[in-house]
Ligand binder design. Structure first.
Ligand code: ADP
Ligand code: ADP
Length: 228
């Protein structure tokens, strides 16, 4: 059965100048371990959809659940990666990766081992004691992916994670993300403007259109798990 179930999902933002109907009649099931991408023009509701999945924004109608539990704001069991690596500049990479755990409790030696293993997996082993500014943009995004995965979320959400990076860095990060996804078995949702990135990474691609934001097409990518 599906890990994520969205049914008849609607989102309207009430603003001073009137209502903005951001999402309409969104039906979407995502299986455990699946990698899906969401593509569509600016303003079609991609970020809104991701925020609802993350428990950062309420929906206004319909149902949304993860693992059979209704999503409520504040209870999201997700890891998020944003367009800009939002690492804390005054903390080293290891502390940044541990942040989702250290916000809840004092990290245990197991937590530190988990962070170290993620840094090894993303070839950042030697950078644990460095500050973010000492790393390239691509390395910072790899660290941000480690941080998103350290608390073993049921869902990894990525909002244009490599949009700010050059094409070569993007390509190598895509290979990296494919490897991380295969090695961790995580369920992943990627927002991207790049169809080629979506085809490279995802098993299914949902195409959205704007006014109001809705899913207008679903593409199943002929599939071979290992991309290189
Ligand atoms: P992008 O198109 O790259 O997703 P935007 O520049 O549209 O980003 O939005 C940046 C942030 O501002 C997002 O968090 C979004 O939810 C919020 N936002 C977008 N449009 C509005 C709006 N009309 N009023 C208030 N906040 C908005
Ligand atoms: P995308 O990520 O596809 O660019 P968004 O989800 O950011 O789309 O936005 C969808 C629509 O909702 C846009 O019309 C945007 O201006 C509007 N919107 C997004 N966030 C807000 C907000 N916080 N308040 C009001 N309107 C918003």
């Amino acid at each position: 059965s599906a890990l994520v179930e969205l049914s008849g999902l609607e989102k309207t933002y009430a603003t001073r100048t009137g209502d903005v109907h951001a999402l309409s009649a969104v039906d979407l099931d995502i299986s455990k371990g699946e990698f899906v991408a969401i593509v569509g023009p600016s303003g079609c509701g991609k970020t809104t959809l991701l925020k609802i999945l993350a428990g950062l924004e309420d929906h206004t109608a319909g149902t949304a659940s993860i693992g059979g539990h209704p999503i409520r704001t504040g209870n999201g069991d997700v890891g998020m990666v944003f367009q800009k690596a939002t690492l804390l500049p005054w903390q080293d990479i290891a502390a940044n990766v541990l942040l989702p755990l250290s916000l809840r409790r004092r990290p245990t030696s197991q937590d530190r081992e988990k962070a170290a293993a993620l840094l090894r997996m993303t070839d950042l082993e030697g950078f644990a004691r460095k500050r973010p500014h000492e790393l390239s943009g691509g390395m910072q995004q790899r660290a941000a992916i480690c941080r998103a995965l350290v608390h073993k979320p049921s869902l990894l959400l990525m909002d244009e994670p490599f949009g700010a990076l050059d094409a070569m860095t993007r390509d190598s990060l895509n290979v990296e993300v494919n490897r991380i996804w295969r090695e961790t078995g995580t369920t992943a949702v990627l927002i991207t403007h790049s169809i080629s990135e979506a085809v490279f990474l995802a098993e299914r691609i949902f195409v959205m259109s704007a006014r109001p934001g809705r899913i207008v097409d679903e593409i199943t990518v002929p599939f071979d798990r290992e991309r290189s």
